[in-house]
Structures are given as C-alpha cells and as structure tokens.
Write a protein that binds this ligand. Sequence first.
Ligand SMILES: [Zn+2]
Length: 135
Amino acid sequence: MIAKGFMTEKDLAEIHKKLETELGRKGAKIDAIYYCPHHPEKGFINEVPGLKIKCDCRKPGIGLLLKTKEEFNINLRKSYLIGDKTSDILAGKKAGCQTILVKTGYGRRDKLFSVKPDFIVNDLLEAVKLIRKEN
Ligand SMILES: [Zn+2]
C-alpha cells in the first residue's frame, strides 16, 4: 500500500494507533507491529520509487518473522502464523511455524502459492480457540 502510493507511512501509523487504542480498550496489548512497506511490481500512479524493490520482509519472505524472533526471543517452532493468504501460510512454513489459514479476508482465494496450511478455521476467534486447545 505504501510502495504503491495508496497511503503514506504516517497514514499507516494512524491506523496502528487506532488499532492499539481499540484493542487496549478491550484489555489486549500489542507488543509490536511490523510491516513491509515494499512492493516489487511497478506501474502505479503515485508509487514510491525507492520502495519498489524485492525485499525479504514481504511475505512469503520471512525477514519480519526473523526480526520478531530476535527481538522477542521467540521459538518459531512453537509459534503459530495466522493468515488469510497463501503467502502468509508459505512464510509460516518457511519459518517453521504451525500455520492457520482463516477463511475470512482472502481465505486462500489468492492462489498465488501452492501450500497446505496445518489448520483451516473460519475466523481469527476460531484460530485463537484452536491454539488454546492445542497448548
Ligand atoms: Zn519489504
């Protein structure tokens, strides 16, 4: 979105602030938010040329997962990656996580990568319940 010029980093920061505020009101805390500002495809009217690169932080790259692992000392083999796209599931597999595909959002309809999630659930709440049952 940022590389394509659809929003600025400042716009995204505002969305993240709103997300943290709303979750905070419900008693949930986010330790960190990471995002990839890049995109490899060119040709968008307001695109940001410096961000039109192929990077390792855009899924299915695992750059952000490795960064998170280092900063929070996370065991990725004991972690779950929840996502709605095949690129999410592939990134999770590459990082050694258990993967959960949610049917909301893209619900794997993007079909970009041929990859099988460990679990398929209806939505994020069902994913949370599954993780709690497993552990
Ligand atoms: Zn990136």
